[in-house]
Design a protein around this ligand. Structure first.
Ligand code: FEO
Ligand code: CA
Ligand code: CA
Length: 710
């Protein structure tokens, strides 16, 4: 999520009155195994351990220790790393991926078309896939791989244009074309350098590929072919073009990348068409933030009459949905599957995972003979957490099965929304047309299961799921399968003694804090990380939960700083989450509340488990909650601080634990091209730089080549 408020309109849309209240298989190692062998030695185990169940944490597992000196909070225009660590830039906005294009010129002169072969803007979620000599997914390979990176959006101050974004009611055609191609995903081959553990991009690799907001996509799963998805481009509702606002990500055990469409409302406009819309359509459009007459912030639809531009408006201009783009809005908000190993493959939007402002889609470790389980969240204020369980059971013969395996596991399954009870229990409630609460829902009449999935928010409203403080990233602990999810912040939580208006909500046990930080931020300005343990198998419909970690400034009151953060680990607005193969948790921030003191950051953590803390804790505002064990400098520690006005988002670690990729998004976002506030990444090595700021992927290694974090 980008921090700028004008782009966050869609975060305040849940008016329903509900109660308030690796990594694939890789990680089938117990912490003990990991510690004995080191992650390097464990790589042979990784592949053979496919399908084994996790050993779980045992009493001697506490030896996983953070082994670096905490980085101090700061506002420098550079990335600060612990002593003994180094970084380089893998790629930044506008870098040429293929041979034949000129390098980034730092003046916006790159052509629109060249962005089909250049790195996009707004680096966000990413994943590293080991690449074998046979061109196939090799899960334990660390010296050569394919790195998939999301390019979430075109970042202010619009350094990809010569003079920023040209103002006006109608956009300049060439600028919009460039923006359309600068969104999406990049896939690049990465290779270790001849000595050391750093990596660089293989320019011109046949695997290098851009997927943009104009790339052809297939629609698949229960909503494929539904009337709600028919457009002039695909009159049978089986295809669309482009993926947009790709925020966080996921990955599959068969070796494909999942990219998740979040703030797609930002590129689609709606005319004042109430007279032409059914009551149902109006309800659905409003629930997804597309109010009557709404102009998108990017105004792509104003750049010309060509279909490339006109389709970004939902206007009803034809006799049927086959003659216009009235339904284009429904073709976004999906989890999209990409096969990085087959550059010619067509990405697929998997409708079984529901339509929402998807942050990401995070898998639990795959277990042979068990369903594939993915977790996903809807990043808007007061939205829900979801879980997908495949109908088909995992068979590791499907590794390297590409999009055919994707169809097997991701087109047929059950989608659930989470309900968090005040007593620390919870339920997953299925979004199915067969549920009476959905079938008889008063606010919206669902036609069929496709309608339920296209309008998953409305279905979850009907089920009384729990409205959360903006679900951002999730991650599954490889050591015990517990699931973590960031709830980044929520200005719509109000004093429990006040009367809610509009979309305001009182705190509940799972979103318990209400306070005023004294600096203009109210509600839950610093966010928290919730976690849960499924009852029995990963596909269970019951769970127990607690709150692992509360963001806070270290000098905040005890009812705000419930996790006991100190100077070495205080933070605000958790966003990116990632468990590396050893079970070390990485926490990234996208903050606007503590930025008077520090730029956004990344912390490393060794978490405990659900229930290791205290019940009946009173949070700021007076609501009772359940808190995990207080943290110490040994269990949570600041690893990195980013440059000016950035967000740290997106992380991947090679299977051997020696190379980390980490993204910096929107450095200098509050400035203009004529008065820049950041010159990162150039400022990393040149304190007097005058260059434009660019989103970028960093490669972080230890100078001695050893394991990161330990
Ligand atoms: Fe694009 Fe929710 O962050
Ligand atoms: Ca995010
Ligand atoms: Ca502050």
């Amino acid at each position: 999520m980008y921090a700028k408020d004008q782009f966050n309109e869609a975060e305040n849309l849940n008016p329903s009155q509900n109660p308030h209240i690796q990594d694939l298989f890789s990680i089938r190692l117990s912490r003990r195994q990991t510690l004995k062998g080191g992650i390097g030695l464990s790589t042979g185990v990784l592949f053979s351990s496919l399908g084994l169940t996790a050993c779980g944490a045992s009493s001697d597992d506490t030896a996983l220790k953070l082994g670096f000196s905490a980085v101090a909070k700061n506002k420098n225009d550079k990335v600060t790393l612990p002593e003994g660590y180094q970084m380089s830039i893998l790629h930044a906005l506008g870098d040429a991926m293929q041979l034949g294009d000129a390098p980034w010129a730092d003046n916006g002169s790159e052509t629109a078309d060249s962005y089909n072969r250049r790195i996009g803007d707004g680096h966000d979620g990413m994943y590293y896939f080991g690449l074998g000599e046979d061109g196939k997914f090799q899960v334990n390979r660390s010296d050569r791989g394919l790195l998939c990176v999301n390019h979430e959006y075109v970042v202010s101050p619009f350094g990809l244009h010569p003079s920023g974004r040209t103002a006006g009611a109608s956009r300049v055609t060439s600028e919009v074309e460039k923006e359309i191609y600068a969104h999406g995903i990049s896939v690049v081959e990465v290779k270790r350098e001849s000595s050391g553990t750093s990596m660089s991009m293989v320019r011109g690799s046949p695997y290098n590929r851009r997927i943009t907001s104009a790339t052809r996509m297939d629609l698949s799963g229960p909503a494929k072919g539904n009337a709600l998805l028919k457009t002039k481009y695909s009159t049978d509702g089986t295809r669309t073009r482009g993926t947009n606002n790709n925020c966080a990500n996921g990955y599959t055990p068969w070796g494909t990348y999942l990219t998740c469409e979040e703030n797609f409302t930002n590129v689609i406009s709606r005319s004042d068409d109430d007279a032409l819309r059914t009551a149902k359509e109006k309800t659905a459009l409003a629930r997804y933030g597309m109010s009557k007459g709404r102009k998108s912030p990017y105004l792509w639809d104003t750049a010309g009459t060509d279909d490339l531009f006109a389709r970004w408006n939902t206007a009803i201009t034809g006799a049927s949905s086959s003659e216009d783009y009235r339904n284009v809005f429904n073709t976004f908000g999906w989890v999209v599957e990409i096969d990085p190993f087959r550059p010619d493959s067509t990405p697929v939007k998997r409708t079984a995972l529901g339509r929402m402002a998807h942050e990401g889609a995070w898998p639990a470790p795959a277990v042979k003979g068990q369903p594939i389980v993915l977790y996903t969240g809807d990043d808007s204020r007061n939205e829900y957490i979801y879980k997908y369980v495949s109908n088909k059971l995992w068979d590791d013969a499907d590794i390297n099965g590409g999009l055919a395996a994707g169809a097997k596991y991701l087109d047929e399954g059950k989608l659930y929304a989470a309900k968090f009870n005040a007593d620390g229990t919870g339920q997953w409630i299925e979004l199915t047309i067969n549920n009476d609460q959905i079938r008889t829902y008063g606010a919206y009449t669902f036609a069929d299961q496709a309608d339920v999935l296209v309008h998953a928010r409305l279905a979850a409203d009907a089920l009384g799921a729990t409205k959360m403080d903006r679900p951002e990233w999730g991650a599954v602990n490889p050591l015990n399968n517990e699931v973590y999810m960031s709830l980044t912040n929520n200005s719509n939580r109000i004093d429990p003694t006040a009367t809610p208006t509009g979309n305001q909500l009182k705190p509940d046990a799972a979103n318990p804090r209400y306070y005023d930080d004294g600096e203009g931020n109210k509600g839950n300005p610093n966010g928290h990380i919730i976690r849960w343990k499924e009852t029995g198998s990963q596909s269970a419909t019951a769970f127990t939960w607690d709150i692992y970690l509360f963001g806070a400034e270290n000098d905040a009151s005890a009812t705000v700083n419930l996790s006991g953060l100190t100077d070495v680990n205080d933070f605000s607005s958790p966003d990116g989450l990632y468990f590396d193969p050893r079970g070390m948790l990485w926490i990234q921030t996208d903050d606007g509340a503590y930025t008077d003191v520090t730029n956004c950051m990344m912390l490393a953590a060794v978490p405990g488990q659900v229930g290791d803390g205290s019940k009946d804790v009173i949070a700021a505002g007076g609501t009772k909650t359940i808190v995990g064990a207080k943290v110490t400098a040994d269990t949570v520690r600041r690893f990195l601080v980013g440059p000016v006005e950035c967000e740290i988002t997106g992380i991947a670690v090679t299977p051997d634990g020696k190379t980390m990729f980490c993204n910096v998004q929107h450095p200098g976002e509050d400035a203009s091209l004529t008065a820049l506030s950041s010159h990162w990444p150039d400022s990393q090595t040149n304190a007097s730089s005058t260059k434009r700021p660019r989103s970028a992927t960093m490669v972080i290694t230890r100078t001695d080549g050893s394991l990161i974090g330990l």
